[in-house]
Design a protein around this ligand. Structure first.
Ligand code: A5P
Length: 227
């Protein structure tokens, strides 16, 4: 399967929903990057929008395509947010996000959006969150060992995210990421609440009850899931 093609198909379908005058949340990651490319093309053809980027990387891409950018101070309410995900739970549309490290800004932007469109290729659909990967947990550098210990007591296996050179990975907010494996998560809402309750946790990658629609690039064509 050509996953880039599937990601691009999903991204294009999402960008078709953007209309003149909208405030648009710009996601982060390889799938979201295709949506920003598609949006840049529409802006070049005369579409008038402003984008709120969810990472420095996304802001740089948007600037290079001359997509006008703004901040949450200008627009605390966003019309539509288009972003990728690492796992999508089929029945609930709950998500795991943050393998790209942008989860904090991504969650703020998604929470401020009237519509949150999630774009994925079909490999991201799961029966249970946690089936494939870890839950990224953003932690204040001062407190990360305490956060790691608390995550272990929730039966997670946290591992501090490192750069290829062995230094600690830093988020745009200057925090660390603990990638925490839980295996298949029976009750994501309860787990999310427990993680939220740990002092030193800045944010976690469980995006629960936030999704408006999932647009899936699949070999047989684009699929739309909403609740
Ligand atoms: C970034 O922090 C993430 O939440 C991404 O949205 C997620 O990791 C999906 O990325 P890909 O589209 O590159 O798989």
């Amino acid at each position: 399967l050509d996953f880039d093609r599937l990601k691009r198909d999903a991204a294009k379908a999402a960008v078709a929903e953007v209309k003149n005058g909208m405030v648009v949340g710009l996601g982060t990651g390889s799938t979201a990057a295709f949506s920003i490319t598609a949006l840049g093309r529409r802006v070049a053809q005369g579409l008038r929008i402003v984008g709120i980027p969810t990472s420095e990387r996304t802001a740089a891409q948007a600037r290079s395509l001359k997509i006008p950018l703004a901040t949450l101070k200008d627009h605390p309410e966003i019309d539509i947010d288009i972003d990728g995900a690492d796992e999508v739970e089929r029945n609930t549309l709950h998500l795991i996000k943050g393998m790209g490290g942008a989860l904090l800004r991504e969650k703020i932007v998604a929470s401020a959006s009237k519509r949150f469109l999630v774009i994925v290729d079909e490999s991201k659909l799961v029966g249970r969150l946690g089936e494939k990967g870890a839950v990224p947990v953003e932690a204040a550098p001062f407190g990360w060992p305490v956060v790691a210990r608390a995550l272990r007591s929730l039966n997670g296996e946290p591992s501090l995210r490192l750069n290829p050179d062995g230094s600690e990975f830093l988020t745009d907010g200057g925090n660390y990421i603990l990638d925490c494996s839980f295996g298949p998560i029976a009750d994501p809402v309860a787990l999310g609440r427990e993680i939220d309750g740990i002092a030193g946790v800045v944010e976690h990658g469980l995006f629960l009850g936030m999704t408006s629609q999932v647009i899936v690039g699949a070999a047989g064509g684009v699929l739309h899931y909403s609740k």
